[in-house]
Design a protein around this ligand. Structure first.
Ligand code: PEP
Ligand code: MN
Length: 351
């Protein structure tokens, strides 16, 4: 159910409608838009009697939302969600493209700083690096845990770049939330509903990656879990799905970008690294992702890919990332977007 407020409805009228919804035993989600505020109503207890709301001052109409996802839907919020961060010009979902780059995993302080220095110089505004790695084999490198989070916090301090890193369970989410600027939920956890709900109770924005065999509806419903708990700062990330094709690690589904943008107000990034698994395909598909209208990219970069403890074959050398950024800037201009810097602190750090 969705309450559409009149264009000139006051904040007090919005507050009173929200209060009424709560009294009826449901949860209100007020989403201010450029022209009007809409209030999503969630709760899972039976039929909703909406006659009372329709009569309240400031209410334009009460609409039944027929799609299974409600809060992520453009029916509720027409304008694109823009995720903002403190002390930086970089956003996710705004006019500027968001570029997230860094190694698959943080392996050591030296490795992390070597990669961070290069990706900052090339213009990435977000640094990624796994502290907790969801590996197929229990014998593979599982990540440095909190030590990696501390290294990334130092990188933010030094360069002003924002940190995105994955939480794999509730325990790691507690720590990731403390150290990082954005919490990543990986493909393997896209339908870990208790983790999604925990992320939904966080104050930090969430980057939700598409499950490797998730349909568009399942992907949006996973995001809905996070919003339903009150965290509206969610970005989606396409990272390839599993198909019969075996010339790449996954099949990067770029068609999901306009499909998401039609149905949802949430931003969507593309990860051509996991999406292809092959270094030589990362730059071409980054160009394509920007051309198709993605709100940003997530790219794995390593200072010594041949020695990487995970995902070396898909990690770019820093020089290749420089080249990628140059090409992406040109394509961005064609689709009316820019690649903004990370702001004052970065220019200071670069001196
Ligand atoms: C990652 O980004 O580090 C990662 C593990 O990706 P995915 O969850 O998409 O496999
Ligand atoms: Mn990886």
């Amino acid at each position: 159910m969705l309450v559409v407020m009149k264009a000139h409805a006051t904040e007090e009228q919005v507050r009173l409608v929200c209060e009424k919804i709560e009294k009826l035993g449901y949860r209100p989600h007020a989403m201010p838009g450029a022209t009007r505020t809409a209030i999503g109503i969630t709760g899972n207890s039976g039929v909703f009697e909406h006659g009372t709301l329709e009569e309240m001052p400031g209410v334009q109409e009460v609409i039944k939302v027929s799609k299974p996802y409600k809060l992520v839907s453009r029916d509720l919020k027409e304008d694109n969600t823009i995720i903002r961060f403190t002390a930086t010009e970089a956003t996710i979902g705004g006019q500027g493209l968001a570029v997230v780059a860094g190694p698959c995993a943080i392996e050591s302080r030296d490795q992390a700083f070597a990669v961070a220095g290069r990706v900052v110089r090339a213009g990435a505004q977000f640094f990624r690096g796994g502290a907790y790695k969801p590996r197929t084999s229990p014998y593979s490198f599982q990540g440095l845990g909190e030590e990696a989070l501390q290294i990334m916090a130092e990188i933010r301090q030094r360069y002003g770049i924002k940190i995105i890193t994955e939480a794999i369970d509730n325990e790691s989410l507690d720590l990731v939330e403390e150290y990082a600027d954005m919490i990543q939920i990986g493909a393997r956890n896209m339908q870990n509903f208790s983790l999604l709900k925990r992320a939904g109770r966080s104050k930090k924005p969430v980057l939700l990656k598409r499950g490797m065999s998730a349909t568009l509806e399942e992907f949006l419903m996973a995001a809905e879990y996070i919003l339903s708990e009150g965290n509206y700062n969610v970005a989606l990330c396409e990272r390839g799905v599993r198909t019969f094709a075996d010339h790449t690690r996954n099949t990067l589904d770029l068609s999901v970008v306009p499909a998401v943008q039609r149905l949802s107000h949430l931003p969507i990034l593309v990860d051509p690294s996991h999406g292809t698994g092959k270094r030589n395909k990362v730059t071409p598909l980054s160009r394509a992702a920007v051309a198709v209208g993605a709100d940003g990219l997530m790219v794995e970069v390593h200072n010594k890919p041949d020695e990487a403890m995970s995902d070396g074959p898909q990690s770019l050398f820093p020089d290749q990332f420089d080249e990628l950024m140059g090409q992406v800037r040109q394509i961005a201009a064609v689709v009316g977007r820019t690649v903004p810097g990370i702001g004052v602190k970065n220019s200071f750090a670069m001196i």
